[in-house]
Design a protein around this ligand. Structure first.
Ligand SMILES: Nc1ncnc2c1ncn2[C@@H]1O[C@H](COP(=O)(O)OP(=O)(O)OP(=O)(O)O)[C@@H](O)[C@H]1O
Ligand SMILES: [Mg+2]
Length: 449
């Protein structure tokens, strides 16, 4: 009996661990990526967008300041035919727009700038407008030169300082935008790295789990194969023993008991001859002689049933014929037998198994099918033998649990000779048992001796 390797138990724990690791990796990674994406969204919303809008307002302020600068230059140019007060409407318009831009910019820059920075811009602008008002007052009251002096000394300088401040703010915005972009880039890189890490971890977990499963399965299959081998060996030995025992008993019955009964019969006949005709003893002797003959017939028939010596003497085909006629006599079932092909020399160990399958299948028909006919077909061709036992009774009920050993043993026998056993349902209903055995190229040769 081959060695059966020990199995390591079901791989449940290993698989569960693999599953947990994979799930944990998925959860951790999803959490991380979600957090990073929301960071990115915040960055986008709070910094980048605000920065852009803020820069737009600053540009608006800058263009207003430029317009003021140009207007003041025109006012200082003496070749203008208009009085200085003619510019006051233009200044008013710019003032409204500038204030609006400043207000909007102030709201946007709440978090980005220090309170001093914000206050500086607002107060510088309002000081500029105070100075503008004073300059227009001077111009109104006819002090043209003083008003021009005011522009030259104070207003232009304030305008220039404001322009510088706004330019600086714009530059800062630009820098912070670059930083934001860098931070976003960084987050993208981290997420990318994380995704690679996750993929590697998952691939690793899957690979490890698969390797574990493969190893486990291989062990399991090895164990299964060994078990199956040893089971087959045991079955083969059992069947061989059974056949040889039956053969031995059949021989003993036929030879010993048969010879004794034959001897008894001839002695009785001889004794009968010595007794005068018509005596009572003569009648008794004849009766005993008939009983002895009946016993001899029974012993021979029992011997054939246990192990048909016909199989060795006359071959499978004749044995099947003899068996089927006995079945017809004993059970009352009509047997239709059909042989096709040339019965080639079937080896004795194959023949006995085919014969046993036939016996079991026919017995099953008689016992279970409730059919009155059975069709037996034996087909030979150059490579295989096929035995069909067909009845049109109620058929095998798949739902019913079966407790007999017959079908199991038939399968064992089929396997033993390297054949296949099928249970089919004929078109008319009932059961068709089909045994197919390849006549050459069988795997194992099991002797029934
Ligand atoms: N030709 C058939 N028609 C209808 N039912 C069948 C037929 N052959 C087998 N069966 C059903 O299949 C069951 C199993 O058959 P199997 O030969 O394995 O056991 P069994 O005949 O009941 O007992 P055992 O053969 O061990 O003496 C039977 O009990 C019967 O219900
Ligand atoms: Mg049976």
């Amino acid at each position: 009996v081959p060695q059966v390797p020990r199995s390591g138990g079901a791989p449940t724990i290993g698989l569960l661990v693999g599953l947990m690791v994979t799930l944990a990796a998925v959860v951790a990674d999803s959490w991380y990526v979600t957090r990073k994406i929301s960071d990115l969204q915040t960055l986008q919303r709070e910094l980048a967008d605000r920065n852009r809008k803020d820069s737009l307002q600053l540009l608006r302020i800058q263009s207003n300041l430029n317009a003021l600068g140009l207007a003041m230059r025109d006012m200082l140019d003496n070749d203008e035919p208009y009085p200085l007060t003619a510019w006051s409407t233009q200044f008013e318009r710019i003032r409204t727009d500038l204030n609006d831009a400043l207000n909007r910019q102030d709201q946007l820059a709440v978090s980005a700038r220090t309170p001093e920075q914000r206050r500086y811009l607002v107060s510088s602008v309002s000081q500029f407008w105070d100075a503008v008002d004073r300059m227009f007052e001077l111009a109104q009251s006819g002090h043209k030169d003083e008003a021009r002096g005011q522009i030259r000394l104070s207003l232009q300088a304030r305008q220039a300082a404001l322009s510088t401040a706004v330019a600086r703010l714009l530059r800062e915005n630009n820098q912070s935008e670059e930083e934001t972009a860098k931070r976003a880039q960084n987050i993208y890189r981290q997420v990318q790295y994380q995704v690679y890490l996750f993929l590697a971890a998952t691939a690793g977990a899957i690979a490890l789990t698969s390797l574990y499963l493969i190893r486990h399965n291989r062990r399991l299959f090895a164990r299964l194969a060994a078990l199956s081998d040893s089971r087959r060996d045991v079955t083969q030995q059992l069947m061989a023993t059974r056949e040889s025992t039956l053969r031995h008993v059949a021989r003993e019955l036929h030879d010993d008991l048969g010879q004794m009964l034959t001897a008894m019969g001839s002695m009785l006949t001889r004794a009968g001859k010595r007794v005068p005709e018509g005596s009572e003893i003569k009648a008794d002797l004849r009766e005993v002689s008939e009983i002895a003959q009946a016993a001899l017939d029974n012993v021979r028939s029992l011997s054939q049933t246990l192990h048909p010596s016909l199989l060795e003497e006359a071959g499978l085909e004749s044995t099947v014929r003899w068996y089927l006629s006995a079945v017809e006599r004993q059970t009352g079932i009509t047997v239709a037998y059909d042989r096709s092909g040339v019965p080639v020399g079937v080896e004795a160990d194959v023949a006995i198994q085919v014969y046993r399958v036939l016996q079991e299948a026919v017995t099953n028909v008689a016992r279970h099918s409730e059919a009155s006919h059975v069709l037996v077909r034996l087909k030979f061709d150059s490579t295989a033998l096929q035995l069909d036992v067909e009845d049109h009774g109620h058929g095998l009920n798949d739902g019913k649990s079966r407790h007999g050993l017959g079908i199991v043993t038939m399968r064992e026998r089929a396997e033993l000779v390297g054949g296949t056993l099928e249970f089919l349902r004929p078109a008319e209903g009932g059961t068709l048992v089909r045994l197919t055995v390849a006549l050459n190229g069988r795997k194992k040769d099991v002797s029934a001796k």
